[in-house]
Design a protein around this ligand. Structure first.
Ligand code: PLP
Length: 361
């Protein structure tokens, strides 16, 4: 294989070529410091300055208000499935969760170790093909927080709005949709996102937390997961994944060069719609998710004749298109349209799908 394929990976995801080339060009000598970022201590002024610049860029791009902190943590989103309850349940040992797909299910399983979990809504009866209607939601009288997953990466469903109940802080796992939709940070108590979908590498997360929520950690919350410790140590309670952090900085610069979140949101909507239109107009392909809850980012689809799925994946690869296999819990196919996707990738996929249908349909 001597060329880069159109890559629809669900994560770690395709990265913008410009960013990869820039990282490559400075891999041996980072910013003319005379050494690689891979060889740099996290304690030197050059690295501290980098992290400060990254925080500023992040705040500007996401319009983060001053009373929110931007923190970075080792470990991916699954670590925050533990981090969130451990940091929030000192006084109220109960939390409200939406169960709307694989990732929220995993978050619930983890939180159950630490506190009572109340399910506001359970999407499993539909096979996670829709978000349960608001009229069926039941919030607790008293909960430490409300947890939801705005975009369910595996099942391809998304919330239409932020679910709220009174003043209970809302916690959102934005891993698979950060920067692909404009959000109002003031709607949330905590936002977290692992970085391997829209911000670069795996094993690292960004956390945005409202200042007044920093006093609710359990006394035995592990130090490296404690958000107050992260704040006090400038997100360096131990050696951070320095390369992943640096890569976030490169992605933020790229996001601004593209025009910011509004441009990426419009691009994402347009690409998603093109692919759904193609699927919906065909008698050969199908997407089962209820129309109003369809994710514009993760699009699972099936061949009506399931026996052709392997052939589809192989032919796609031969046509220069890869990583389309559906998640093992769902099967079929899935196209993930994250921000680093090649600009021609969706067009190429649609054209391949039409040809494949002509041949086998
Ligand atoms: C990918 C993903 C995760 C898992 O992230 P890890 O870094 O593997 O823990 C969690 N939540 C959502 C919404 C995701 O898309």
């Amino acid at each position: 294989m001597n060329k880069r394929l159109y890559n629809f990976s669900a994560g770690p995801a395709a990265l913008p070529l410009e960013v990869l080339l820039q990282v490559q060009s400075e891999l041996l000598n980072w910013d003319n410091h005379g050494f690689s970022i891979l060889e740099s201590s996290h304690r030197i002024p050059e690295f501290i300055e980098l992290t400060e610049r990254i925080e500023q860029d992040f705040r500007r791009i996401m319009s983060v208000p001053d009373h929110y902190h931007v923190l970075f943590s080792s470990g991916g989103a699954s670590f925050q499935f533990s981090g969130v309850p451990l940091n929030m349940i000192r006084h109220i040992k109960r939390a409200d969760y939406f169960c709307t797909g694989l990732w929220s299910q995993k978050a619930i399983n983890e939180a159950k170790r630490y506190c009572d979990i109340h399910l506001v809504a359970q999407g499993n009866s539909s096979g996670y093909l829709e978000i349960p209607d608001e009229s069926s939601w039941s919030f607790s009288e008293k909960a430490a927080y409300i947890f939801y997953t705005p975009n369910e990466t595996v099942n391809g469903v998304r919330f239409k709005k932020v679910p709220k109940s009174g003043n209970v802080p809302v916690v959102s796992d934005l891993t698979s949709c950060i920067f692909q939709e404009n959000i109002n940070i003031n709607d949330f108590g905590i936002i977290f996102a692992a970085t391997q979908k829209n911000l670069g590498l795996a094993g690292f997360s960004v956390i945005i937390i409202r200042d007044d929520l920093l006093e609710q950690a359990l006394p035995d919350c592990p130090n490296c997961l404690n958000y107050k410790t992260l704040l006090q140590s400038k997100s360096m309670p131990n050696t951070p994944p320095t390369f992943a952090w640096y890569f976030v900085g490169k992605m933020l610069q790229w996001i601004e060069s593209q025009g910011g979140v509004s441009v990426l949101e419009a691009r994402s909507q347009q690409q998603g719609r093109q692919l759904y239109d193609m699927i919906d107009q065909s008698h050969f392909y199908t997407n089962r998710v209820s129309l109003e809850y369809r994710s514009m980012i993760n699009i699972p689809f099936f061949l009506k004749d399931n026996t052709l799925t392997t052939q589809f994946i192989e032919s796609a690869k031969a046509a220069g298109i890869t990583q389309l296999k559906g998640h093992k819990t769902v099967g079929g196919l899935r196209a993930s349209l994250y921000i680093g996707l090649h600009p021609d990738a969706v067009k190429a996929l649609i054209s391949f799908m039409k040809n494949f249908e002509k041949k086998y349909g």
